[in-house]
Design a protein around this ligand. Structure first.
Ligand SMILES: Nc1nc2c(c(=O)[nH]1)N[C@H]1C(S)=C(S)[C@@H](COP(=O)(O)O)O[C@H]1N2
Ligand SMILES: [Mo]
Length: 438
């Protein structure tokens, strides 16, 4: 077993704070103070805060004795101040500048399948472009009958669709190829988010421009300083791509591409061009920087895979995890997320012994294609050390591989597309560590 080598700079949890005493569910219910502390730890990493006895039964708590805050105080709602630890975080040593950088979704603190807009990880190559939608134009040109330039208002008159999809950066988990590195669910897995997009189908836009007979490929380009661009195969564009202007019901956030982004369901995040300014139609791939020097998979023999578009099935247990130690013996809920860029998740298996024996977890509805799927598993913990794993299977029959199986095919030159089975070592004191088993 290989233990993680580096601790990330900012993670609250077992390394900073003592894990509260272990207790069974009955004891927990009769000691409300301890229960409050434990719950705070699970949700926000603030496990050390002790309850104020003046607010506990039989006292009337302070918030019941005074009027609350008036409605005008928060024209745009914010999370409770007690959730201030639930934020995107970056790893300061990872990139030289914040304009070409990434931060990570706090997966360990979320439930269900939707990522709140303010917690969606961000990845950009030239900073967040601040675009006035009145001045934004989207152009379609190349091998089309009618080159067109659209305003945002033009686009909003097309038939509208709304769909739930995950977006995962191909580099998610990319630091873990040579061993467990980051003792954190957020840093080892948080380059993924899942929201409901609203917009128009790319097919409708392409049809309005009229494709020429030799049209086979598209180039999508962003209006940010990086002018990031990627080649998209026409089949995919006509199948399920979207041009989105909303996420989770409101306008896209600036960091997610306001006012317009391309949605390429199931494909690597790099192809989901933000601040979308043009699509050029061509008859062959462009082989831009982002699909040659970057976002290709270097194999052991020195050759690189040309395109790796679809994100293979993957899963991770988000509790327990390094940020969420196990606080109680006896009954516990294991939960996590599974996803596949090739369709629906069919099953998620849980192992307590590093992958020797498996039992199926319960998938929570809805189970949608190319969308995060939430799973739960009931667990009686006896206080022994456990090698906890989850393994996703998708509707194509694909099974999430071990790191060993991945290395056998891919070698260790890779950065991208690391969908290995994650092992969390639950120690006898309840602390959880990122480890790799072989
Ligand atoms: N125009 C533009 N689009 C972009 C990028 C960018 O830097 N510029 N980054 C890409 C990468 S590498 C990823 S993983 C996703 C990240 O999307 P998010 O910031 O919404 O999480 O956007 C992609 N689209
Ligand atoms: Mo990415």
């Amino acid at each position: 077993m290989i233990r993680n080598k580096k601790n990330p700079p900012v993670v609250s949890g077992p390394s900073d704070q003592p894990v509260p005493g272990l207790m069974d569910r009955r004891t927990l219910l009769s000691f409300g103070a301890a229960a409050g502390t434990a719950a705070a730890g699970l949700l926000g990493g603030s496990a050390a805060r002790a309850a104020n006895p003046d607010n506990l039964p039989p006292h009337v708590p302070e918030w019941s004795q005074n009027l609350g805050v008036g409605v005008e105080d928060a024209p745009y709602g914010q999370p409770s101040e007690f959730e201030s630890e639930v934020v995107r975080r970056n790893v300061s040593w990872l990139t030289a500048t914040t304009e070409s950088s990434v931060n990570f979704t706090p997966l360990h603190a979320l439930d269900g399948i939707i990522t709140p807009n303010g917690l969606c990880f961000e990845r950009h190559h030239g900073g967040v472009a601040i675009i006035d939608p009145e001045d934004h134009r989207f152009m379609i040109h190349g091998l089309v009958e009618r080159p067109l330039i659209f305003t945002m208002r033009d686009l909003k008159r097309f038939p509208r669709i709304s769909r739930f999809y995950f977006l995962e950066c191909a580099a998610n988990g990319g630091m873990e190829w040579r061993g467990a590195q980051l003792n954190s669910c957020q840093f080892a897995h948080g380059m993924v988010h899942c929201v409901q997009y609203s917009g128009v189908s790319l097919r409708a836009i392409l049809e309005s421009a009229g494709l020429k007979a030799n049209a086979k490929w598209l180039l999508a380009e962003g209006a940010d300083a990086s002018g990031m661009n990627r080649t998209i195969p026409l089949d995919k564009a006509l199948d399920d791509c979207m041009i989105a202007f909303s996420m989770n019901g409101e306008a896209l956030r600036p960091e997610q591409g306001y006012p317009l982004r391309l949605v390429v369901p199931g494909f690597e995040g790099n192809m989901w061009v933000k601040w979308l300014r043009r699509i050029e139609v061509g008859d062959q791939p462009w082989h831009t920087r982002e699909e040659t020097s970057k976002y290709t998979d270097l194999l052991a023999d020195g050759r690189a895979r040309r395109f790796t578009w679809a994100m293979d099935a993957k899963s991770v247990i988000t509790s327990p995890c390094p940020e969420n130690p196990v606080l109680h013996k006896g009954h516990n809920v294991i939960t996590g997320l599974a996803w596949s860029g090739r369709g629906r998740i069919r099953r998620v298996d849980i192992s307590m012994d590093g992958g020797r024996n498996w039992t199926a977890a319960r998938l929570e509805a809805p189970v949608l294609p190319m969308c995060l799927t939430r799973f739960y598993h009931e667990w009686e913990w006896r206080g022994d050390s456990v090698l906890l794993e989850s393994r996703a299977l998708d509707e194509t029959g694909y099974v999430q591989p071990t790191i060993e199986e991945l290395r056998n095919v891919r070698g260790t030159n890779s950065i991208y597309h690391n969908n290995r089975i994650q092992t969390w070592l639950v120690n006898a004191n309840g602390e959880v560590e990122n480890v790799q088993v072989s």
